[in-house]
Design a protein. Sequence first.
Lengths: 229, 122
Amino acid sequence: MRRKIVNALAVLLLGAVFATIALAYQERQFLRPLAEFYVTQTPTMLGLPNIVTGILITWRGFDTLGEVAVLFMVAASVGLLLRETGETQTHSNPQTRPAGEIVTSGAATLLPPIFLFGAYVIANGHLSAGGGFQGGAIVASGVVLLLLARPRAELPLGFLAITESLAGVFYVLLGIAGIVFAGGFLDSRFLPAGQFGAFISAGAIPAISILLGIKVGAELSVVVDRFRR
Amino acid sequence: MGISVSHLALVTGFLLCLIGVWGLLSNRHILRIIISFSLLDTGVHIVLVATGYITGATAPILDEALGPGAAALHSVDPIPSALVVTAIVIGFSVTAVMLAYAIRLYRAKGTLDIDAFTESKG
């Protein structure tokens, strides 16, 4: 009972803080200077219509690289935490029931469109809403559906690990190419900007986006697969 | 001026945060704590995106409807959107690690009630 009162008090106090913020909040009418810089300079300097992708992949590309490193560490640490220890008996569900008719046929119908949509979102990240992270997550959700439909399916973990590492290596190599041929690490302007809004345009951004998508998709699939056993 | 869209999103995000904090504090089951954490996380994302809204603006993607000249006036702040993409991925990572720990704790004690894990209580 006492714990409940303390909890309610804490939530109420936090609610009071939030309420003052929400009451004082005024919808802004203009962009802040930094945002205005990004919005006006991204199309001209990088030749890229999608400003969010420009921020993620070029302006703040180093952060994105660090974030991918975080994902990699999570995949590694989840594997470490969930590895079969000798003393506990294996809980790897002795008789897995096969998936139902609806799930299997649904997966058979939906998997190709899901993977295609993921590839589309990854490849068009520089033109419309999307990008490496989003498309990678879509691909990984397709993998989840695959694992639900076929619980005994084995993912090609070695292949995924090699693909993911190669994507990471090429990502860093593209970043270094930015140092050598353009203004700095992960500067995408060492490839020609091309025609604004065309599929192959915006320098190295599509390439980086695709590598990012491959890496994120492989890592999320590995993380999901680790939780299965 | 009445209630704007971003105000509504902001308040919704804050409410989700509060529900998450309440769940974190009052639940004793580890999976429920993890779900509460995810709610809190989602609430913060909604608040962040809401603060990037500019009145009457649209997504910061240039096309025929939003030329380079109009973009500075009619696009939302792209920085919170970019930050939230990052935050969603990190939130996923943290959730995955928490779930892995939950599985380890269950293997050790056969229960997910947090009251069963008192050895490390200071």
